[in-house]
Design a protein around this ligand. Structure first.
Ligand code: ZN
Length: 74
């Protein structure tokens, strides 16, 4: 009998916060080209990824790279 697949647990930092917690702030990360676009063209660059970092323990809880999620963020 195969083991049942465990339900995916929400990712949490050691403080117990998930990325939807009010303290957690998304940190958009831009690649080099994105940074240049921001500098020279102002807003308009889409982040390469978004890190959700806990301000208390500095742990990156989750990194989002899904293009749809990034578009929604922007
Ligand atoms: Zn934490």
């Amino acid at each position: 009998m195969p083991d049942p697949v465990p339900a995916p647990e929400p990712k949490r930092c050691p403080c117990g916060f998930d990325r939807h917690h009010g303290l957690i702030r998304p940190e958009p990360k831009y690649g080099l080209m994105g940074t240049l676009a921001l500098v020279f063209a102002g807003a308009g660059a889409r982040p390469l990824r978004i890190d959700y970092r806990c301000p208390r323990c500095n742990t990156v809880i989750e990194t989002v790279t899904d293009p749809d999620a990034l578009r929604a963020f922007h």
